[in-house]
Design a protein around this ligand. Structure first.
Ligand code: PBG
Length: 342
């Protein structure tokens, strides 16, 4: 067949790809700096930031270095910060999580005073960084139908809920704009909502880590947050990777309990879940690109096996394309600068 005919009998998809300007104009999904949330770690009693070996470029902050990083984040125009605290002293119930002078609460106070409402200050609400056993709730000897894991101790759901409510109130008092429960206890959103409301924090929203999987991709985070479980693992409370319908149940339950927004975590291995949740609900859906996702791409880039910037931006647009509105990512500030540059 000769070229240039008016009706070649096939669609010319290449027409809209032929220049950068046409591709930009017709891009269906965009990532904006404001969509990105930077998770940060702040550690008690250090004066210099401590690099995290398995997450090159990410540090455990001192209070001062966190303040500086927060200013840079605001300057880059990202949407918010998710704070994790690493206390000097841990105990069985994670007392430092709701101590007024606990590291995360002091950091929240300082950042709120520094930045006001410029960034959304989110507090990760869990106990694993604060407990000496490293589990996300309080533990008791096995009883009822609960099986011990690597011992006779189990994570006890209902007593943990009281702890979460207390932590939520402490975080709101310290200046968190939003709390984000990540412990995967049943009933946690209802307990936290009731606690916040009883302390007159009716306007503090809850972003529920609703579909949080028991994932191998959290490995580097455990070094970063010093919160590895000392016995067993988290598979009696976090979701089992093969399950998708269960994610929709968890999301529906959290919304019924009063969640204002929901999260899927990890992100890249669970893009199908992000899409299903986004289709099912009409509240904001966030996705957390976790430490292992960060580490694997950094490792490949360090070897020269992928183009670092290109691959990172591709992951972010993929997460947005799957239906997430907000993306938690350790690349938030760097990516925001690339996006602003265009
Ligand atoms: C703790 C928590 C974890 C992460 C966020 N909050 C670890 C875990 O559940 O074991 C993981 C984040 C990451 O890997 O980047 N509840």
């Amino acid at each position: 067949m000769s070229s240039g005919g008016a009706n070649p009998g096939f669609a010319r998809g290449r027409r809209l790809r032929s220049t950068p300007a046409l591709r930009r104009l017709t891009a269906q999904t965009r990532v904006a700096p404001a969509d990105l949330v930077l998770p940060v770690f702040v550690k008690q009693d250090i004066t210099e930031p401590v690099p995290i070996g398995s997450m090159p470029g990410v540090v455990q902050h001192s209070l001062d270095s966190l303040r500086k990083a927060a200013h840079e984040a605001a300057e880059a125009g990202i949407g918010g910060l998710m704070l994790f605290g690493i206390p000097a002293e841990k105990d069985p119930v994670g007392s430092q999580a709701d101590a007024a002078d606990g590291i995360v609460n002091v950091a929240l106070q300082q950042l709120r005073a520094d930045l006001g409402d410029e960034l959304v200050l989110m507090a990760d609400l869990c106990l694993c960084e604060y407990t000496d056993h490293g589990h996300c709730g309080v533990v008791t000897p096995a009883r009822g139908g609960l099986r011990g894991q690597g011992g006779e101790m189990v994570v006890d759901n209902d007593p943990t809920l009281d702890r979460y409510a207390a932590v939520a109130i402490a975080q709101a008092q310290a200046g968190a704009h939003l709390v984000a429960p990540s412990g995967m206890m049943d009933g946690q959103v209802a307990a936290i909502r009731a606690g916040l409301d009883s302390a007159a924090f009716t306007e503090v929203p809850i972003l529920a880590y609703a579909a949080k999987y028991a994932s191998g991709f959290y490995g580097p985070f455990r070094e970063a947050a010093e919160g590895a479980p000392q016995f067993g693992d988290r598979s009696t409370y976090q979701m089992d990777p093969p399950n998708a319908d269960e994610a929709l149940r968890e999301v529906a339950q959290d919304l019924a309990e009063g969640a204002d927004a929901v999260m899927v975590k990890p992100a890249l291995p669970y893009l199908d879940i992000v899409r299903q949740v986004a289709d099912a609900v009409s509240v904001p859906v966030a996705a957390y690109q976790v430490s292992g996702e960060y580490a694997m791409l950094e490792a490949a880039a360090a070897n020269g096996w992928v183009d670092r910037e290109r691959a990172i931006l591709e992951t972010l647009v993929a997460i947005r394309r799957a239906g997430a509105g907000q993306v938690l990512t350790y690349w938030a500030v760097e990516a925001a600068r690339w996006l602003a540059r265009g």
